[in-house]
Design a protein around this ligand. Structure first.
Ligand code: ADP
Ligand code: MG
Length: 275
């Protein structure tokens, strides 16, 4: 896709609150192969500061690969990935990455897990304590700083991992199916928390999921991928209120319509056995 086309696409579909914001992440005609296997093909996409973008598509269509390139874990085979106008290099220090597994250190308390990036950044002990307290409060874990990960519920572990992710204040958050293993109720709760925290801290988000409901519920914009190698099949605006109650939104007519549209979009690839 030509750069002008991407510009038009962004101008047409940026979420209202981000229309005047600068572009942060940009994929220009990006393809990525691993040996003979092409994982993504000709992806062009632009993400503005403060945008909550979800990426949805069948497994194996290259969603994680796109996040990995944003983080600078590997380079595209063709095309460019830029961050803040500069080609991404190993490693992109402006992003924080959260995956399905939380990688909490079981021998450290919650507070000391959250402190890891702060220790690496060589903050003083007092600074670390203050920042950890602030983060515990932000993610709703006040009072649990002295607990060990094994004493936490699944949702609390996610909160702890989220606090650690936020500790060094990354500008952009990359989420790769972080709630896939949670039960429906807990997932809903964590989705609400993510939207609250992201809005409060004004973060930019690229959130990968294969859950179509989640993709609509969370997003300002939803990028739909299909095929192997994965290509963008559609970019959906999600014109739901910025302040949304993710529980009641399930009954919102627009929400229902958008998820139905996504299901229609995904159905051909599911029928073709791409999952
Ligand atoms: N580091 C890698 N080395 C080799 N192949 C990979 C690597 N990462 C991903 N792939 C392959 O690229 C394709 C897309 O993978 P991935 O980005 O993980 O898809 P998704 O996240 O959408 O499920 C898959 O066929 C996968 O096996
Ligand atoms: Mg993946």
């Amino acid at each position: 896709m030509q750069a002008e086309k991407v510009d038009q696409m962004v101008a047409r579909s940026a979420a209202p609150h981000t229309e005047a914001k600068p572009e942060l992440v940009r994929f220009d005609a990006v393809s990525k192969s691993f040996g003979a296997l092409q994982a993504v093909r000709d992806v062009s996409l632009s993400v503005r500061e403060g945008e909550f973008l979800t990426l949805v598509g069948p497994s194996g269509c290259g969603k994680s690969t796109l996040l990995n390139m944003t983080a600078g874990l590997f380079a595209p085979t063709e095309g460019t990935v830029t961050y803040g106008g500069v080609p991404v290099e190993p490693y992109n220090q402006k992003v924080g990455y959260m995956t399905q597994s939380d990688h909490l250190l079981h021998w450290r308390t919650v507070a000391r897990n959250i402190a890891v990036p702060l220790e690496i950044a060589k903050l003083s002990r007092g600074e670390i304590r203050d920042r950890v307290d602030e983060l515990l409060d932000l993610v709703g874990l006040t009072g649990f700083g002295d607990h060990y990960p094994s004493e936490l519920s699944g949702g609390m572990r996610k909160r702890c991992a989220l606090a650690r992710l936020l500790a060094y204040d990354p500008e952009t958050l990359l989420f790769d199916e972080p709630f896939a293993a949670l039960d429906a109720q807990l997932r809903l709760k964590m989705q609400m928390e993510i939207r609250r925290i992201v809005a409060q801290l004004n973060k930019t988000v690229l959130f990968v999921t294969h859950d179509l409901d989640e993709a609509v519920a969370l997003a300002d914009r939803c990028v739909v991928f299909s095929g192997r190698p994965g290509t963008i099949s559609e970019v959906l605006d999600i014109p739901l209120p910025r302040e949304r109650d993710l529980f009641s939104i399930r009954h919102n007519a627009q929400y229902v319509q958008l998820t139905a549209r996504l299901w229609d979009e995904m159905a051909p690839s599911a029928a073709a056995g791409e999952n």
